[in-house]
Design a protein around this ligand. Structure first.
Ligand SMILES: [Zn+2]
Length: 341
């Protein structure tokens, strides 16, 4: 049985767009109650921390960190990350379905929420010879697995536009399963972008300019602002957050270990707030929108939700004091509580 504990902190009030002092009671891994308190309650010598839902990286290949999932989690929780939407296509390129299974099983060992997708483009091009291929049958098999949450980045956008039968079969399998389809379509504008979105593809993390992203947003796609170790699109795209706060998420795509040690989604939050973005919009992009889009079992700081939450000293640096996943303290003051496996 998980222990019961109480947190006093400043919680977001989404109606008033303010932070209210509150007492949160957690037991059995769930938020049992959130009760407003007098701001002088508790120890007034110590300012109350801010309490937020945990951060979600909405598109990251764990393999790019050169770590197994359990080790990725060990580092990421220090920065307040509680979940990732992860495409295991790098390992699938080499090990096929066995590789995907390994990622799921390894990730399940630790208190962290990995949500893996079915790789849509293995191999990435017909010219690659890394060892494995996932055809429509394998992709359909994966999508039937409850642990697989979406069809991951459909890089073969010419195949979508030209209605390639294999591509169409994979898209159909995702639609049949009711799971979202991720996109990957750099440089697609106008009618081409419209047709790509209209094939049921719901996100894109490859935009380099506001013009490209705006077009895709208008066709109903969600835009993932990517800032990782390879591509860096934050400066170009963050301005979209003000107009489209419900359609923006943050992701890293590829995150090398040295940069994961330095920070994660919390760094993007700090940069966005420092540019003048409203903190409630930033929280939507970093915590709320991915959980809603992918129907994740990640708590959003509501009564009855899993206690996936973080404590912050301030909403400027976004330095994380504590991270909880399912009510388990997984990081405190820069130290990970997740063990090596
Ligand atoms: Zn990717």
């Amino acid at each position: 049985m998980k222990e019961e504990f109480t947190i006093h902190g400043l919680c977001p009030d989404w109606n008033k767009k303010i932070f209210q002092p509150a007492q949160i009671i957690v037991s059995e891994g769930l938020i049992q109650s959130i009760t407003p308190i007098n701001s002088t309650a508790g120890n007034s010598a110590t300012p109350l921390p801010y309490v937020l839902p945990g951060f979600i990286d909405s598109h990251v290949h764990i393999e790019s960190s050169m770590l197994v999932p359990s080790e990725f989690a060990r580092l990421a929780v220090v920065h307040g990350t509680v979940a990732t939407i992860s495409d295991p296509h790098e390992i699938a390129n080499v090990c096929g379905l066995q590789g995907v299974e390994y990622m799921i099983q390894n990730g399940a060992q630790v208190p962290f929420k990995f949500f893996f997708g079915a790789p849509s483009c293995v191999p990435a091009t017909p010219f690659e010879s890394s060892g494995s291929a996932l055809g429509p049958e394998e992709v359909a098999l994966l999508l039937q697995d409850h642990r697989i949450r979406y069809l991951s980045e459909m890089m073969n956008y010419p195949g979508v536009l030209n209605k390639d039968p294999e591509v169409m079969a994979k898209l159909a399998a995702a639609q049949k399963s009711g799971k979202p389809i991720d996109g990957h379509a750099p440089g697609l504008f106008g009618d081409l972008a419209y047709r790509y979105a209209n094939a049921g593809i719901s996100t894109d993390h490859e935009c380099f300019t506001v013009e490209e992203a705006t077009g895709k947003l208008q066709y109903g796609m969600k835009i993932l602002i990517r800032e990782g170790s390879a591509a860096k699109n934050f400066e170009a795209l963050i301005g979209l957050l003000q107009e489209y706060p419900d359609q923006i998420m943050f992701c890293s795509d590829d995150k090398h270990p040295d940069s994961l040690v330095a920070g994660h989604i919390n760094q993007l939050c700090a940069r966005a707030v420092q540019k003048g973005h409203e903190v409630f919009n930033v929280i939507k992009a970093a915590c709320i929108n991915p959980a809603l889009h992918y129907s994740l079992d990640v708590g959003l700081l509501r009564v009855g939700d899993p206690a996936d939450l973080i404590l912050l000293k301030d909403l400027h640096s976004f330095d994380v004091m504590r991270t909880y996943v399912n009510g388990i303290l997984v990081a405190e003051e820069g130290e990970s509580k997740i063990m090596h496996y």
